[in-house]
Design a protein around this ligand. Sequence first.
Ligand SMILES: [Cu+2]
Length: 228
Amino acid sequence: MRRFMIRAFFLVVTIAIGVGFVVGAGVLLAQPAPAVQVAEVRGTVQTPQGELPHAFLKLESYPDSMQGFHGPDGGAHPDWVTFGPQTALQVPAHSLVTITVLQHDGGEVITNDYFAKVHGTVDGVAQLNGEPFTQIPPDTVGHTWTLHGIPSPDQDQVFVSVPLQAANEEVVGENGYPVPNEVTFSFYTGDPGLYYWNCEFPCGDGTYANFGGAMSAEGYMAGTFTVL
Ligand SMILES: [Cu+2]
């Protein structure tokens, strides 16, 4: 009888562990995209600062939140403009970072044409569909990708800003959104620190001259930039 009890005990434990594995695997597989996009390092690159790791990030910007980053039903704000798939970004310290943005949204006149110009990138240029540029007409800005610090004596100051040319809304792609403009730019990171990025085009709701809503919401037009 005792032997039977022991066997029964181990059988129950074995089944419990098995069920735990299946449930655990199911939970893992059901997870949405990771909350943080960690830059993919592809080798090193020779720079004036020496040989540095070359890290890549890929983002997209959309005129609404229905493309899947916020769930199939668009999440809490289906009509908000958004970046994705993540807005929390992580890159290595002392590296060359290259960001590519697929810009699927239309655009209008930007409030301050300073943000129609490229700032803080390698050689002060960015690429628009493969062509180098330093500025775009201020009335054709879709969004901007603008990285900045907060005043702090404890970390390097960083400022990078690149205008993302408005997509032609007359030319619609397979996913129902305008065919994107591909904007690519590179910049160097320094010591570790926590920075923030956002869009400087007034694409949010009416609060604060269209700088409300999505404009001030992490996960939409704003995010973190962790240098590790
Ligand atoms: Cu924007």
